[in-house]
Structure formats: C-alpha cells, structure tokens
Design a protein around this ligand. Sequence first.
Ligand SMILES: Cc1cc2nc3c(=O)[nH]c(=O)nc-3n(C[C@H](O)[C@H](O)[C@H](O)COP(=O)(O)O)c2cc1C
Length: 357
Amino acid sequence: MSLISTEDAGIVIGGRRLASRYFLAPLAGYTQLAFRTVMREQGGMGLATTDLVLATHLAHEHRRSLELVRTWGEDSANCDRPLTVQIYGSQIKDMVRACKWLVDHGYEAIDLNMGCPMAKINGNGGGARLMCDAAGARATAEALVNAVNVPVTIKMRLGWDRDTITAPELARQFENVGIAAVTVHGRTREQGFHGRVSLEGIAAVVDAVSTIPVVGNGDVLTPEDALRMRQVTGCHAVAIGRGAMMDPWIFRKLAQMTQGEEVTQPTKDEQIGFLRRHFALMVELHPHDCCFLFRKFAAWYGAKLGIPEELEDRLRKFESPEEFEQIAELIEQRHGERESLIPTALVKVPNGPVEHW
Ligand SMILES: Cc1cc2nc3c(=O)[nH]c(=O)nc-3n(C[C@H](O)[C@H](O)[C@H](O)COP(=O)(O)O)c2cc1C
C-alpha cells in the first residue's frame, strides 16, 4: 500500500457503514457535542465517540452523564452522526443496563473503555484494569454484545505493562464473542503517555484477529502519521485524538489524500471561522460555563490557528462572550504574528499513569 492511497475510503463496522477510516478518538473534557459538531463540519471524519461515561451513572440518568451523551436530534440543522457512546465501569450488570438505556434512547453504537489509565477509574476495576483479567474482560464483552442489537466495540491499550501485553489475546477473544471492532492505543497502562506508540504492538493485534477491523491509535499528529500507522501495522482505521485538536483539518486533509486531491491548508477565514463557530456552539450548549469550558482549547488551537502567543494567553483566561469577541477581532487583525509553531499544549502533555489528564 502506498502512503497516498485511493482505496475505498469507507469502512463497515458491525454493519454500520462509515464514510472514512479516520475517526476522532475520545478525549474526556474535550470531545463533547460542540467540539464534535465543529470538527465534523470541517469534513473527512468517519466517526466520533463521546467522552467516557460511567455506566452506573448513565443507567441512573445522572445529570452529568446525560450531559456527556447529549447529541443533536434528527430534526436539527446540526449533525452529530455517526456517533458511538463510550462507557466504562467494573460491574457487568451496570454496563448492561447502560447499554440497554443507550439503545432505548436511540444511540447506534457502544464502545467499552478498557484503556483508561487513571487511578480513580482503575481502582474500581474499570478502564485498563479490565485488561488484567482476561476471563472477566471476555465475560463483560460477551454480556454487552448479547444485551443489545447495536455494534459494541472496545478501546484498549497494549496491556497493563510491558510484561503483560494482553491486547492480542484479548482482541481474539473479543472477536469470538461478537465485538465489532477494537481500537488499540499502542502504549501500556504503565506508560501513560510516555515514550512512543508501539506500531509493532498494534500490528500484533491486527495479526491476532481474523475479520474484525482494528483501529490503530496514538501519536498521530499529521495525515502522514495516520497513513504510516496504517501502512506499518495493517490496521483498518485510525483514531486521532490530540492531533485533531492541534490540526482540526487533519480529517479533511486525509480525505483529500485518499481521493487523490491536492491537500489544502485552511485559509485565515476558515481558521478564525472555526474558532468563532466552536465558541458559538459552546455558548448555545453550555450558556453558563461556555468560557470556562472553551479556555482549555486555546493551548491546542493557538499554533494551527495562527493566534499570537499573547492572545492565546488571553483566550486561556477570558471571562465573557464579549471578551471572546474582542480577542477574536484582535486575532483577525494580528493573525499569523505568532512566533512558535509548536502548540503550547504539546509542552504540557499528561505523563505517566495520571490522576488527572
Ligand atoms: C485529555 C485526554 C482525555 C482522554 N479521554 C479519553 C476517554 O474519555 N476515553 C478513552 O478511551 N480515551 C481517552 N483518552 C485517550 C485518547 O483517546 C487516545 O487513546 C490517546 O490520547 C492517544 O491518542 P492520540 O495520541 O491521538 O491523542 C484521553 C486522552 C487525553 C489526552
């Protein structure tokens, strides 16, 4: 396969046809409805997944969980399809209840988190901890597949640590019980976000399964990284997390490459339009804490959107929609004055098995 491929762009997962093989990876605190919507509007994204939602809270309709699974209705002018909801938990019965709740409320696909390294989630037996108990992980997967008639997928890491690389064997077992696809972040839980993603580790999972798609994940910051991950590992699709926040046009560029078109960079108007549109969606969806929720995107967006450092700093602190607009106008006037092309957030990527992302 050449790096630039004009192969069939789409992929079928559990009977669901996705128009592109490049997906938005879940990023808790970021991949909520406003971000998913504005990202989809840039084109080329095959699938988005919600932030992880605690199964038991969802089944009991806790306010925060309902907020996390919020999406647009069929009659909305906005689009948030195709969408997968990611759940996590440690008790099978809670997870089954959450899956049934989701199907009853019209959601089309469910992803189970077996990759989260956070201590508070692992401590209860959720996230990556499930990977340590092959029989339990398999039983959980089987129970969810049997409980609902929508595709169930699993997102995991390579294993708990380098002596416990369980992903290939688990993927095989998940395939046997009817899991529709697995996503593999090519690091162990112990690594957190340290070191480089192991493409060999992802390739071993691809080799372990017979027919289900494997979605590779980790450290894809450019379209070329995504194509390389597919080429080296043979994975069928790629999930992109931080790289999408650093370059919101990464999916569009991948679509252009896949279709053999010239790759275009966003214009200044597109960059500033993106910033304003994302914030407008935040205001609509989170009228009371739109500023607070938006501020943390500044460190990811600054470099790609040509925002001078000083204005990026202001975007990290602004207090009102009026102040946002003032800053946006200044960005328009001073666009491109930025000195560093390295996103500020890259300097502060979370490390280790962390308490906080
Ligand atoms: C801030 C942040 C939040 C994350 N939240 C989730 C999550 O809710 N569910 C999940 O499966 N992975 C989560 N991840 C992991 C990402 O989905 C992804 O596996 C990881 O960041 C590696 O991919 P990337 O290099 O493309 O970002 C999170 C990562 C970050 C940095």
